[in-house]
Design a protein around this ligand. Sequence first.
Ligand code: AMP
Ligand code: MG
Length: 438
Amino acid sequence: MKHSPNSPILLNSSLHVDEARKAITNLVSELQQESSLLNDPADIETVSLDHAINRVLAQDLLSPIDVPAADNSAMDGYAFDGKCLSQAGSEVTLNIVGTALAGKPFEGKIGQGECLKIMTGALMPADCDTVIPQEFTTSASAESICFPSNQLKAGENRRLRGEDLQKDKAAISAGRLLRPSDLGLAASLGTSHLQVRRKLRVAILSSGDELRSLGQPLDPGSIYDSNRYSLNGMLSRLNIDIIDCGIVRDNPDSLKDAFIAAASKADVLISSGGVSVGEADFTKQIMQELGDVGFWKIAMRPGRPMAFGTLKPVPGKSPARKTLFFGLPGNPVAVMVTFYQFVRSALLQLGGVTQADLPLVQAISENAIRKKPGRTEFQRAILGRNVDGKPSVRITGSQGAGILRSMSEANCFVILRHDQGNVAPGELVDIALFEGLL
Ligand code: AMP
Ligand code: MG
C-alpha cells in the first residue's frame, strides 16, 4: 500500500534529516579510519599551483618565510621617527632627505626633524617607525612637509615583518578545499607545488526500465534519463572523477552486475531510482548480498526514501576497500535535494575537506507557504530584493518532486525546518544558495 506523504503514521516512523546526516557522518568517519581512504601516501599527489584549484590540501603548507619579510610602508606618504610627535607642538615640520620606492630601498640615515618620501610596500628605514599619508599633510614641497601632530600616532601605517604570516607556521591548513586566494597565498610564499589528496572516484548509475538514453526514441511510457546528467554536473562542481555506469534495467542480475562493476573501481557509488516503496524490496535483496545498506524513510520533502551504507570490497580490488553507497530516490528534484542535503558533505568529508558547511542566510518570504510540522522541506525559490531593497525570496511555481523546471529556474532552496509550520508572506525563512552548491 502506498502511503500519502502526509500520513502521520509514516511521518512518525521517519528519520529526522539531522539524524540521517549524523549517521552518514559517523559511517564516513568509520570508513576513513578503517581504510585510511585518501590519506595513504599512495593517495597523495603533488600538483603545480595552476592545477591545484578545487583540490584538497593533504598537509599543512608551512610558510618558508616571514610575510612581509621586512617592515614596510602601508601608504604613500612620508616615513619618520614617531617620537617627534610627542615632542612637537601642534604642527610638525620635517625635511625630506630622500625617496624609497617598492623594490628600491633608501640606504641613508633619517635624523631628527627629517623624513623620507615613501611609497606603499617600500622598506621602512631602521630609523623610522611611522608614516604620515600624503593626503594628511597640510603642506608639502620638494624639500619639506607639515602636518598637525594629532593627525596620527607613532607606529601607524607601518606593516610589520611577519604580520601576515610567520616563518614555519601553517599558512594553509591541511583539509582546505583550495580556492583562488589560497593559490595566490601559496605563490606569495614562493611555493610552486602543493601536496593534495587524489580525487575521489564516484560511480553513478540510473536504474529503471522506463529510462532511455539521449538519442534513443521515446516509446510510450518511457522517459529520458536526466538524473545522470544532474549528478554529473553536481559532481563536476566538486572536482570529482566520475565513472558513468549508464542505465541499468530493473532486473536483479543486471543490477547486481552493475553494482559489482562500479564497486570494483569507485570509492563511492551513487544510484538513483529503485528505492521507493514499490521497488525497495527488490533492491534490498541485492544489497543484502553485496553489502550492509539501510533503507531509510526520511522525514523530508522531496526525497523521502533513500538507501545508504557500504558495499563489501569486491574480490581483486586493490586496496581491498569498501565502497560507500547512496541509493537516491528516482525523482529528478529529489535526487538534487538529497545530494545537497546528504551526499555533498559526505563526499567532501571523505575527500578530506575539514570545513564543508555552506553558508545559510535568511530572506523575507514573498509567498504564503503551506508546511506541516514533522518534516524538513526544500522548496525551490528565487532570491532577489523587495521594493525596500531587502533580501526576499519567491517560490518557483509548482513544487512536485519530478518538476525539474522548478530547480532550473531557482537560485536557492528555501529550507523549512522540521518543526516549522505554515509561513506567512513577510516572514523570514532560511535560504541555501545554489551558487557554490549545485
Ligand atoms: P523510482 O524511485 O525508481 O520509483 O522513480 C521515481 C520517479 O522518478 C519515477 O517517475 C521515475 O520514472 C523517475 N525517474 C527515476 N529515475 C530517473 C532518471 N534517471 N531520470 C529521470 N527520471 C527518473
Ligand atoms: Mg524505478
